[in-house]
Structure formats: structure tokens, C-alpha cells
Design a protein around this ligand. Structure first.
Ligand SMILES: [Zn+2]
Length: 147
């Protein structure tokens, strides 16, 4: 029961996340966006209604060891593509961190502009007076987040 004593092995978590990405079909649009998948496969028709217990293990789109059917359209990314995606996520996280660091900590300041760490153009940001969430976006689209 004690989560405090649980040892978190970051490398194992990263390796697991990569294994899931490598096994996940490019046509998979997310658990709430099916059917059909981006390749037009009706997963509900072929694997059964989503409310079924263990539905995620019945579909062939992700990493289920024994799915209910073999999908003829399944197309998984290469290791190179997964690594490129991981780099993109890492870089976009880095850009968001840089923007957050540039935004004044003073909660009385509720909006403004900071330079984009990617293109140097303006990143417009706004802090919600209600919950303090910051919304920021580069006008050129390099970085965009809600924190
Ligand atoms: Zn930019």
C-alpha cells in the first residue's frame, strides 16, 4: 500500500513507453476517437463494444498480446520514427519550460509577451485569474500550451 517506498525506475518506464509506441499502429486515433480508425477499420464492429471489460486487449491497434482479430491495415512506426517523435516531444517540452521560465512569476501580471525560444518571435501568454493556469502560444506556432 505504501506508494512512498515504491522504487520508480525511470529507465524502465521510458523503455516501456517506447515499446508501446513501437507497437501502436499509426492509424490509431486514441481510445475515445474510434471507430473507425484513420485507416477506416471499424474496431467496434470487429472487436465488440467499447464498454466490454478488457476492450483495450481485444483490439490489435496497440500492444495487446492476443487481440480479437488481426488487422490487415496495422502499420507500426519504425524505431527511427519513434525516436524522432520522442525528440520532438522532448524539444517541445523544453520550449514550454523556457517560455514558463520567461513569464513573470508575479501573479499580479496577468498577460504579456515573451520571446519564442525557437523563432524569437512573440509568444503571447495569459494567466487565468481564477485558477492561475497559464496559456501561451507563439504566433508562428513553435510552442503552444496550457499549464
Ligand atoms: Zn516561435
Amino acid at each position: 500500500m505504501s506508494a512512498m517506498t515504491e522504487i520508480v525506475d525511470r529507465e524502465a518506464i521510458r523503455a516501456r513507453a517506447r515499446a508501446v509506441r513501437l507497437a501502436t499502429c499509426k492509424h490509431w486515433r486514441g481510445a475515445l476517437a474510434q471507430p473507425p480508425c484513420a485507416a477506416g477499420v471499424d474496431l467496434v464492429e470487429r472487436a465488440g463494444p467499447r464498454r466490454m471489460v478488457g476492450w483495450g486487449l481485444r483490439i490489435p491497434c496497440c500492444d495487446a498480446p492476443e487481440p480479437a482479430f488481426v488487422c490487415e491495415r496495422k502499420d507500426t512506426p519504425t524505431l527511427e520514427q519513434v525516436e524522432a517523435r520522442e525528440r520532438d516531444m522532448h524539444e517541445s517540452f523544453g520550449r514550454a519550460l523556457a517560455v514558463m521560465a520567461a513569464i513573470p512569476a508575479d501573479k499580479a501580471v496577468s498577460r504579456g509577451e515573451v520571446p519564442c525560444p525557437q523563432c524569437g518571435g512573440p509568444v503571447h501568454w495569459e494567466r487565468s485569474p481564477v485558477n492561475g493556469h497559464v496559456r501561451a502560444a507563439c504566433v508562428a506556432g513553435c510552442v503552444s500550451f496550457i499549464q
